[in-house]
Design a protein around this ligand. Structure first.
Ligand SMILES: NC(=O)c1ccc[n+]([C@@H]2O[C@H](COP(=O)([O-])OP(=O)(O)OC[C@H]3O[C@@H](n4cnc5c(N)ncnc54)[C@H](O)[C@@H]3O)[C@@H](O)[C@H]2O)c1
Length: 356
């Protein structure tokens, strides 16, 4: 039995979510049924592109359509209310990171999902990036010995807060948008929770452009197993930078070191339409055509979304949520990343170390 899915939020990332579920439809796993967005034009466009029904009010979509699940791809601070409403109506949930911008909100969503016996999965797609999977395995089999420290950076071009969504960037930050990905990657590869957090941050350039949020945040996290990891997240890389995101990580253990450059993956291109050398991330987002000349998308961006459709297919066809435990990014994983982000914000505000 195919799983019936609706998507709430059809903006920049919402389109990718729609594309991913369309592919799950080609594979016989899902049926992409409907989309809801408060922006009427966006709805019209997606109705046409994906041949699905569209709504400007997600509550109407929930009422009129027989959905098994919804994907929530609205701005960071608007996931909670939609998740709680949908959970009350027994809809399984796929939610963009961050699960919510408060630990309290995450707990409410987790509780609502659990009370209604629903699958709650968070889109932490960096878990699907092949080098990260490889690193997790090497750590598990002891290749790097006992891990002592690490470093991860994710820094976005200033286009993202200033041009992609200037109307809600001030309600988010490099911590909420990028930090949670990084905190989750280290929780994932170390299989361990954070214990202590301290952070520093700078507010200057974006504030001068009328966007009241941090330019950059540096977070230091001590994990329960003693591993120390530093994270740098920023939203102010210059427009001409080679990629939208400068990113990578390093891990050092008693028996080895592993360094991953996730920005320059060995592809450099220079074309007349874009200025300078660019470094496309083929692991993230790759367009192909299938046997039937349909466009299909590959890469970890889509793997993570399609993984939800597969998990739901398993449940709809007799599997139990508990059988999937530890095999997907759960609500609890979402909450732990938010816990670190919330602690980083507190640490900056009160200039002190935060114990979790
Ligand atoms: N997993 C990732 O790496 C990744 C990457 C980019 C964005 N995201 C996350 O996806 C979410 C959306 O980001 P985006 O870049 O697509 O933002 P966006 O602003 O381009 O799109 C958000 C859409 O939500 C719609 N919306 C707002 N309130 C709504 C409501 N109540 N009901 C229905 N629609 C509503 C807006 O009209 C807009 O079209 C954010 O939480 C963001 O952090 C995740």
């Amino acid at each position: 039995m195919k799983v019936k899915i609706g998507v709430v939020g059809a903006g920049i990332f919402g389109k990718g979510v729609l594309q991913a579920f369309k592919q799950s439809e080609y594979e016989g796993i899902a049926q992409l049924v409907a989309v809801a967005d408060v922006n009427k034009n966006m709805v019209k466009q997606q109705e046409k592109d994906f041949k699905i029904r569209g709504y400007t009010n997600y509550k109407e979509m929930l009422k009129k359509e027989e959905l098994d699940a919804i994907a929530i791809v609205t701005p960071d601070h608007l996931h909670r209310e939609i998740a709680l409403n949908a959970a009350k109506q027994g809809k399984h949930l796929f939610i963009e990171k961050p699960l919510d911008v408060t630990v309290e909100g995450c707990n409410e969503i987790i509780q609502a999902a659990s009370e209604n016996n629903l699958l709650l999965q968070v889109d932490f797609h960096k878990r699907f990036d092949p080098p990260h999977k490889m690193l997790k395995h090497k750590i598990e089999i002891g290749k790097l010995g006992e891990i002592q420290y690490g470093y991860m950076w994710m820094e976005d071009s200033i286009d993202i807060p200033s041009e992609w969504w200037p109307n809600w960037a001030s309600k988010s930050s490099p911590v909420w948008f990028l930090g949670v990905h990084c905190y989750d990657v280290f929780r994932f590869i170390l299989q361990c929770d954070a214990k202590r957090v301290s952070a520093t941050g700078q507010k200057k350039k974006l504030v001068s452009m009328g966007i009241d949020t941090f330019d950059s945040v540096q977070t230091k996290v001590e994990f329960e197993n003693g591993v120390i990891v530093n994270f740098d997240n920023s939203w102010i890389l210059p427009k001409g930078f080679a990629a939208f995101t400068n990113q990578g990580l390093k891990v050092v253990g008693t028996e080895g070191i592993c360094e991953i450059d996730s920005q320059n993956r060995g592809i450099e291109e220079c074309t007349s339409e874009k200025k300078g050398i660019k470094t496309p991330n083929a692991y993230f987002d790759l367009k192909e055509q299938d046997l039937f000349n349909r466009i299909i998308y590959k890469g970890y961006k889509f793997d993570s979304i399609q993984n939800f459709a597969s998990n739901l297919f398993f449940i709809k066809n007799g599997g139990k949520i508990r059988e999937l435990k530890g095999k997907y990014a759960s609500g609890e994983d979402g909450r732990e990343a938010t816990k670190i982000a919330e602690a980083a914000n507190k640490s900056i505000k009160y200039n002190k170390i935060i114990n979790l």
